[in-house]
Design a protein. Structure first.
Length: 253
């Protein structure tokens, strides 16, 4: 993790607000948590939940605030590596910066259009968080998990007012459905699916990508594979859908 080159949290916050004005709601939420807690740290999930109240309808990676020096990561992540904790070393400096920097554009990264000198234009790409692994349970896990990176994705693949994440496919259980090992999956966050949709689901302590189907009275996760070793999985009560595969970005490496 690169250390901040800013001399204090005020300078860091001003810089972030001017470079990325849509992060104002995230910073405001983090400040609220820092001022509310009676302990020395707060969970990243609390910030993300609070940020929604400030119009943040996308999935921020709080690592950016750590990089700028606005937040400090506290200890190791807990709950199976999914919940991270932070502290804010200089909350009053952050508050002063929020007050001093006027509100400019707060367009969310997933917004399909942007204002240019020539007028309104469709945004060409949006930034989406990438997770090298997902935890085995959650609702969904990206609300608490630490993203490993962010990738630029074609804006035409993004549906307004929806959250997305990227994860890399592993194995050959869906190779006949156009998903091969190493491909990047763009996943729209939701906990329900229609028959025939490809889903990312938590089943028996692990995460799997399968086709969601109904057979008789049962919901089934079906493999679509040339490998006969892969078998259907009954979608039991402890199973949970994390999202729908919205697009497959092939791995050509």
């Amino acid at each position: 993790m690169p250390s901040s080159h800013y001399k204090d949290s005020y300078e860091a916050t001003v810089s972030l607000l001017r470079e990325f004005p849509h992060w104002r709601g995230v910073i405001t939420a983090a400040l609220e948590e820092a001022r509310t807690i009676t302990t020395d740290r707060f969970a990243g999930k609390w910030v993300l939940d609070s940020a929604k109240k400030h119009g943040v309808n996308w999935v921020p990676n709080l690592r950016k605030l750590v990089t700028y020096g606005i937040l400090k990561k506290e200890g190791e992540s807990t709950r199976g590596g999914t919940r991270a904790y932070y502290s804010m070393p200089e909350p009053e400096e952050v508050a002063r910066a929020l007050k001093d920097v006027s509100v400019s554009s707060v367009a969310e990264p997933y917004a399909p259009h942007q204002v240019t000198e020539a007028g309104i234009a469709r945004r060409s790409t949006v930034e989406v968080p990438f997770f090298s692994t997902l935890a085995s349970c959650g609702s969904p896990n990206i609300a608490e998990a630490e993203a490993d990176d962010t990738y630029e994705v074609d804006a035409r693949l993004i549906k307004a007012n929806s959250d997305y994440f990227l994860v890399r496919a592993e194995g050959d259980s869906m190779n006949q459905a156009g998903i091969n090992s190493g491909d990047l999956l763009l996943v729209r966050v939701q906990q329900h699916a229609d028959a025939g949709q490809k889903v990312v689901a938590c089943v028996d302590g692990g995460v799997t990508v399968k086709e969601f189907q109904h057979i008789g009275d049962y919901s089934i996760l079906l493999p679509r594979s040339s490998n006969s070793e892969h078998k259907p999985i009954i979608f039991a009560e402890n199973a949970q859908i994390q999202g729908i595969v919205a697009a497959v970005i092939p791995n050509f490496s």
